[in-house]
Ligand binder design. Structure first.
Ligand SMILES: Cc1cc2nc3c(=O)[nH]c(=O)nc-3n(C[C@H](O)[C@H](O)[C@H](O)COP(=O)(O)OP(=O)(O)OC[C@H]3O[C@@H](n4cnc5c(N)ncnc54)[C@H](O)[C@@H]3O)c2cc1C
Length: 382
């Protein structure tokens, strides 16, 4: 990409690129096949400042901004999306606590996330009966003295079995989205039970679990913001999180395109490299064009967030376009590989499996379209 980046952005991108290429990429196939949660890699990411890219240095972050974060996510995702999804959620939790936690919460928990002491962060919003409709969640938090007691179940929680620090949403009052609150919960708190890891199509090295809260007691001081702020905080966090998933989609698609180009130059059919055939060339041309358009949408959303300008619509557009682009590009990369695209000797089948969830998590494509349309109509005025 030939855009001009600042010195700090270039440094973060190049650091992430080198580590992704030298350390993460060589392990990516094994991480996938063995469903190996990449604990050691998270410790190393922390050492490189990549678990708190947009977090103040006073809290152990790199303070390098949102564009740097998106660039780092693209690099890590091109190597291993199982690794990058945990990196994304950890950055997201750290930012949320850093912006909306009390000073005591910030000082206690953000450095644990940025330093890797917590291994990873987890974002526990979805429940077995509701994902898109987060306001329907039914986990409860009842205040008892200077504590809250949590009861209920969460589903699909990324890094849930390993995370030392989680942000958990629960209902503190009956009414709809105004009854939700968010809490910081430490992994291993008595009453917090971790379910079995899901057996997934892709992101097989990422840990995805259900969590059960059975009279799980957390200090009242671990409430993020005020009672009733939970829905607003979830939406704010997801707006930013969507930039991370958009960047992940761009990274995976870039890796798939690069693999397809290599293969098209190498594979012979009818006495020619298949890259000589117009059908293959047109696929490559469309893949590259769509990828670059996606990268621009992603970086624009990141830049708006960094400038503290409204970015809800742009983040949703980036998430929608990048995730759907990534699925198309990975599918075409498999097609270009012919039969070899369907076996795990080549990485493109993993890219396609990893890309599939990108149109689902952190808001499905359908939900992104609802958000984009709502914002278009709202901004059009009366
Ligand atoms: C691998 C993985 C990791 C995840 N990690 C996390 C995590 O760390 N934390 C977390 O909280 N959650 C996580 N999730 C959950 C994820 O965010 C949800 O799966 C997602 O939001 C969709 O919710 P759902 O699965 O309940 O689908 P549903 O909400 O039941 O939706 C089912 C279908 O109906 C459509 N639909 C729903 N409502 C509407 C509507 N109003 N208009 C049009 N269509 C609609 C959806 O788009 C979808 O196609 C993860 C999921 C996966 C698969």
């Amino acid at each position: 990409m030939e855009l001009q980046f600042s010195e700090a952005q270039t440094l973060v991108r190049d650091t992430a690129r080198r580590f992704a290429k030298d350390v993460v990429a060589p392990q990516a196939r094994a991480i996938d096949r063995e469903e190996r949660f990449p604990k050691e890699i998270y410790r190393q990411l922390a050492g490189l400042g990549l678990l708190g890219v947009n977090i103040p240095s006073a809290l152990g972050g790199s303070e390098a901004g949102v564009v740097s974060y998106a660039l780092a996510m693209m690099e890590m995702s091109a190597a291993c999306a199982s690794t990058s999804v945990g990196m994304a959620v950890t950055n997201m939790c750290g930012e949320l606590i850093s912006h909306y936690g009390s000073e005591a919460l910030r000082q206690k928990y953000v450095p644990r996330l940025t330093s890797g002491e917590a291994i990873a962060g987890a974002f526990a919003l979805s429940e077995p009966h509701c994902g898109s409709d987060a306001a329907a969640l039914s986990t409860t938090a009842q205040q008892r003295g200077d504590t809250y007691v949590l009861n209920g179940s969460k589903q699909w929680i990324t890094s849930g079995a390993h995370a030392g620090v989680m942000v958990v949403w629960a209902r503190t009052a009956a009414e709809g989205n105004r009854g939700l609150s968010a809490f910081v919960v430490e992994g291993g708190t008595p009453g917090l039970h971790v379910g079995r890891a899901e057996d997934k199509m892709g992101l097989r090295g990422s840990n995805t679990v259900g969590l059960t809260f059975d009279n799980c007691v957390v200090p009242a001081a671990n409430l993020l913001g005020k009672e009733g702020d939970g829905f607003k905080l979830a939406m704010i966090a997801l707006d930013g999180g969507r930039i991370g998933i958009a960047a992940q989609a761009c990274g995976v698609a870039r890796a798939a395109l690069e693999a397809a180009v290599r293969y098209a130059k190498d594979r012979q059919a009818f006495g020619h490299p298949i890259g000589d055939f117009q059908a293959i060339r047109w696929m490559l041309a469309d893949m590259r064009t769509q990828l670059e358009a996606a990268e621009l949408l992603c970086l624009r959303a990141a830049s708006l967030k960094e400038q503290k300008k409204p970015f809800t619509r742009e983040a949703s557009m980036a998430k929608l376009f990048c995730s759907e682009m990534s699925n198309r590009v990975c599918d075409r990369a498999v097609q270009i590989h012919g039969g070899y695209g369907y076996i795990d000797e080549f990485p493109v089948e993993r890219y396609l499996r990893d890309a599939r969830v990108q149109t689902i998590y952190e808001g499905t494509s359908e939900i992104q379209r609802l958000v984009i349309a709502r914002e278009i109509i709202r901004l059009a005025g009366p």
